[in-house]
Design a protein around this ligand. Sequence first.
Ligand SMILES: N[C@@H](CCC[C@H](N)C(=O)O)C(=O)O
Length: 278
Amino acid sequence: MGFVKGHGTENDFVLLTDPDGELDLTPARVRALCDRHRGLGADGVLRVVRAGALGEAVAEGIAPQDWFMDYRNGDGSVAEMCGNGVRVFAHHLHAAGLEVRTGFVIGSRAGARPVIVHAAGAVGDVIVEMGPAREGGTSTATVGGRHVEGVVVDVGNPHLACVVDDVAGLDLTSRPEFDHDVFPHGVNVELLTPLVDGAVDMRVHERGVGETRSCGTGTVAAALAALHHDGRSTGEVRVHVPGGEVLVRIGGGRSSLRGPSVLVARGVLDAAWWAAQV
Ligand SMILES: N[C@@H](CCC[C@H](N)C(=O)O)C(=O)O
C-alpha cells in the first residue's frame, strides 16, 4: 500500500489514498503508523476516500464524488476536523493528479470544507473555508500545574483558547486538566499571547496527540480568542506557531485559514508489517 508523508506548519501526517474505502484502518494501525520509533511517525493519519464510499452519513454540502478527509489522531481516535490536514490533503490531491480544479470541496466529519489551492509545488499554499468558529463562553484548565482561563470555541472540534502572559514558559508535556462537563469528548488547549500588530504566538496541546508544532483548527480558535481579548469579534490574525505561521480571517459568521503545506515523501508500506498491526 502506498503512503505519502506531509506536514502543514510541521503538524505532520501520513496520507493513505483509499478512494473506494477498502482499507481496514484500525486504531492499532493508526497508532503504529504514527509512532516515531516503530512506524513512520506523524501526529495523525489522513485517509483519502471518496465521500460516497463511506458507510457513514456525510454532511450537507458534500457530494458522493467529493474527497473526504477521514482524520485520525496519533492515539487512534477519530476527530471531526483538522485544519492543517485539509491543506496537506488538498495539496496531495493536486500532486497525485486526483484533482485538477483549484477550488473544490473537501468533506470532513465537521462538514464541507471548500478549499482554494494557490500553489501545489514544493511548498503548497492553500486557503480553507473553516466554517463558523462558535464561541461558547469561558472555561478553565490546569496546564503544567498552572491555572489558566480561556474561551470555549467550536471549530467543528472542541477548543479552549487561553490568552496568557508566558506562552513559552508553560509546560505542555502532560495533558491539561479540564472541565469534563464542558468538554465531554476532550479538548484541544491553545495558549496564546495577546494580539500585537495583528499577530499572536500560540502553542497547543492536541486531544489525542499531545503538544504539536501547530494545529490549524487551534489557530482559528486562538484568533477568535485574541480578537475577543482585544474587544473585537472580527478581523485578520497572523498566528505564529512553533512550526511556522498561518493567516486566519474571522468575520460574517465564517472563518478561513491560509497556510503552507509540504509533501515530504512517497513510499510503500511493507505488507507483512501492515498485516501484523491489528
Ligand atoms: N491538528 C489538527 C487538529 C486534529 C484534531 C484534534 N487533535 C482533535 O482531536 O480535535 C488541526 O490542524 O486542526
